[in-house]
Design a protein around this ligand. Structure first.
Ligand code: ADP
Ligand code: MG
Length: 715
């Protein structure tokens, strides 16, 4: 049993009554603070001349570029507002292909020659920035010697002020592209996919009898899981610091078998962290709503109210960034890795997704009238068709090295993409498919053309926690995202593939109508065809079970267990066709992403493997040797016989890992990623296995790494 080493726990600035250096003003009320640091529409209305404000809103609605005079006026108002808030610098924040957020700060102040400086911020500086972008990954799109990329203001995601104890920073959300117009970031394709989906959905709505809707927005509400551990232990673990996860660690005697953590009462220090985090996020206009303990010890969840996909995605990046910085104020470290602790539940992110009209109607909400139901069933069938056709791409959209410990390993959800509709919706589609009414609910049927339908599920319905893609009453929940991920690409994929399915179904609907069918009959026929052609992807049972894996194979569903297996889907002919057709990403832009992601996988695997070898050789092997020396003095022969072979085995596996880490000659690209997976990561697992056995028998005071018990149970 290992002791708990509690050296200077909570020695950070924190004390339970919140009285600490730089503590936030707790008297501030929520209504005052929500959005207080956002250059919101309200602030714009207040600070811009009425005609400028009107013009800005109009250009935003039409999605057009701003003219320079307008930009100058907006920049001036934004600068004045930011200076009042204490900002000295501004930055264009953008999301390069690393999946992280990047920023470069510039001062507002310019020297004027007489030794003083004035604050200046021009429209041109607001609209466009030129970060020295040569060191961001581009997957070969832009050779480093070719000029720069540029950032372009995204006026649809509001600018905000980030506070720091020593000042403040005006942050301007931007897109990042090359001079030749190729997207070098995650935002550009997301915006393009939202436009594509809007065009398809508006077209379909018109056919369905809605001539009012001008624009359809996709919405996203993420549920974010994370771990908190005491920072003392974090800094004593080179593996956590370098790779975000523990590469060693024997299982603790107590795990989550007792189920005493999930939804349990939140420890005080953790709650203090959550409250400060939420207060900061509210000031930035992020509508955080839910918080609770998650299944694993030390694991928690936070969820905001949904927003349009672009703003929701930006807010999610901000949330992850703030969680990590606020945690440090409490002597904690926030881990967003998908699998920080082997043998303990990993962390995911649930991506709740829907489509809403500009009139506020949620297209995934089953309606109360036959015509609303018709539209709901039409769009729902489009989602089924899209997910079935592009299963592989959806899987690839959530692939990263951390995810390989969850998807396709022994954890939820599986790498096989399937849809859970729920019993009620299942029955509705089956009824349509059979071309008959439902005998069980004759009295309450809704007329939809010739077909009598059972009432649609009005809310929630039943739940299936094991499904990677579930209908949850008024939205679909894509549950396979990893906790560290940006929402941008998975939503770009969803929007694009659903846009394609909607268009194909709209084509069929147009044809049905022109062939003389009445609308209801034509819709029923289209929904029936789409469902029947794609129902193989629908599954309501236990997604973890062996039987499902066997059945999924019979059904021909893809099971792409690891990142190197999944990533080629990003450049499949089918993906390229859909993404080029909707102008979301060109073949070249898709290829660049494929290259960058393959390379990231390989580099991260190599860092893990090198870190494993180094910790094993320089920290753990010496611990084993010291213990052997101790045993030699004690002259307890049988103990020595237990430990010595293990230490020898350890050294042998370390040497094997060092050989793998030397890399083979001439292997590159996807082949190198596969090598990393099969040689480096596989050998690492064996090194760890021996180390974890050693940890259990070596004298505890000699073992240099904090244990799982310490990291998971100290709150
Ligand atoms: P549950 O997962 O138990 O159904 P909620 O209904 O509160 O819980 O929703 C969970 C998440 O789904 C929240 O982040 C919420 O904002 C989001 N969500 C709800 N409605 C939508 C929608 N129309 N589009 C996108 N996300 C949504
Ligand atoms: Mg959920």
């Amino acid at each position: 049993m290992t002791r708990i080493r509690q050296k200077n726990l909570t020695a950070a600035q924190w004390s339970p009554n919140g009285e600490r250096l730089g503590a936030p003003d707790l008297t501030e009320t929520d209504s005052h603070s929500f959005g207080a640091n956002v250059f919101s529409t309200g602030v714009q209305r207040e600070r811009l001349a009425p005609d400028v404000f009107e013009k800005l809103q109009a250009t935003l609605e039409r999605g057009e570029a701003l003219d320079t005079s307008l930009a100058d006026a907006v920049a001036e108002a934004m600068k004045e507002w930011a200076l009042e808030k204490g900002a000295s610098h501004y930055t264009h924040v953008f999301q390069p292909l690393t999946g992280l957020t990047a920023e470069k700060h510039d001062s507002f102040f310019e020297p004027v020659g007489d030794g003083t400086a004035i604050a200046a911020f021009r429209g041109s500086e607001l609209i466009q920035g030129e970060p020295d972008a040569s060191s961001f990954p581009t997957g070969g799109i832009r050779a480093t010697f070719e000029a720069r990329g540029y950032t372009a203001w995204d006026p649809t995601s509001p600018a905000f002020i980030l506070e720091n104890p020593n000042g403040a920073l005006l942050c301007i959300p931007t897109a990042f592209a090359s001079w030749t117009g190729e997207a070098l970031d995650a935002k550009v394709p997301l915006l393009r996919s939202m436009d594509a989906l809007s065009r398809s959905a508006v077209r379909a709505l018109l056919l369905l009898g809605d001539s009012e809707t001008q624009r359809v927005f996709t919405t996203v509400g993420p549920e974010q899981e994370y771990f908190l551990i005491d920072e003392q232990y974090y800094f004593e673990r080179p593996d956590l610091v370098t790779t975000g996860r523990t590469l060693f660690g024997a299982q603790p005697a107590k795990g989550h078998e007792l189920d005493d953590h999930y939804f349990g009462s939140i420890p005080e220090r953790v709650l203090a962290f959550m409250m400060e985090c939420e207060r900061e996020l509210r000031k930035l206009g992020v509508p955080v709503k839910t918080r609770h303990n998650e299944v694993a010890p030390g694991q928690y969840e936070v969820a905001p109210i949904f927003e349009n996909s672009n703003v929701g995605s930006d807010h999610q990046q901000l949330t992850m960034q703030l969680m990590q910085s606020v945690a440090r104020r409490y002597g904690l470290v926030c881990l967003l890795h998908e699998k920080p602790f082997a043998g303990v539940n990993g962390s995911g992110k649930h991506n709740n997704w829907s489509m809403s009209t500009d009139g506020g109607h949620n297209l995934m909400e089953p309606g109360e009238t036959p015509s609303e139901n018709m539209s709901f069933l039409f769009f729902c069938a489009a989602v089924i068709q899209a997910v079935n056709r592009h299963q592989g791409l959806l899987r690839a959209s959530v692939a990263n090295i951390g995810q390989d410990h969850r998807l396709g390993a022994n954890e939820a959800p599986p790498a096989i993409i399937s849809i859970f509709l729920g019993a009620e919706l299942d029955r509705v589609f089956e009824t349509i498919s059979a071309g008959e009414g439902d005998p069980n609910t004759p009295g309450e049927t809704l007329e939809l053309g010739a077909t009598a339908l059972p009432p649609l599920p009005m809310h929630g319905g039943d739940r299936n926690r094991t499904s990677p893609f579930a209908f949850t009453g008024n939205k679909f929940e894509f549950r396979a995202l990893g906790s560290s991920m940006s929402l941008a690409f998975p939503n770009t994929v969803l929007n694009t593939i659903v846009a394609e399915a909607i268009d194909e179904m709209a084509d069929a609907l147009e044809k049905g109508i022109s062939d003389g069918a009445d609308l209801a009959a034509a819709v029923t026929a289209v929904v029936k065809d789409a469902y029947e052609a794609n129902k193989q992807v629908c599954f309501g049972g236990d997604n973890y079970s062996e039987e499902w894996h066997a059945e999924a194979e019979l059904r021909g569903l893809k099971n792409l267990r690891t990142t190197p297996e999944a990533l080629p889907e990003v450049i499949s002919d089918q993906t390229v066709a859909a993404f080029e057709h909707y102008n979301v990403l060109s073949r070249r832009e898709l290829e660049s992403r494929f290259e960058v992601w393959v390379e990231q996988y390989t580099i991260l695997a190599n860092i893990e493997a090198e870190t494993t070898a180094s910790i094993a050789r320089t920290m753990l092997l010496p611990a084993g040797l010291r213990y052997l020396a101790l045993l030699a003095d004690a002259e307890v022969g049988s103990l020595d016989e237990e430990v010595r072979p293990l230490v020898n085995e350890f050294l042998e596996t370390i040497k094997e890992l060092e050989v793998a880490n030397a890399y083979p000659d001439g292997v590159e690209g996807l082949d190198l990623a596969i090598f990393a997976r099969d040689s480096q990561l596989a050998t690492m697992a064996r090194v760890r296995d021996v180390a974890d056995r050693l940890e259990k028998i070596v004298s505890d005071d000699l073992w240099p790494l904090p244990t799982y018990s310490e990291m998971l149970f100290i709150r």
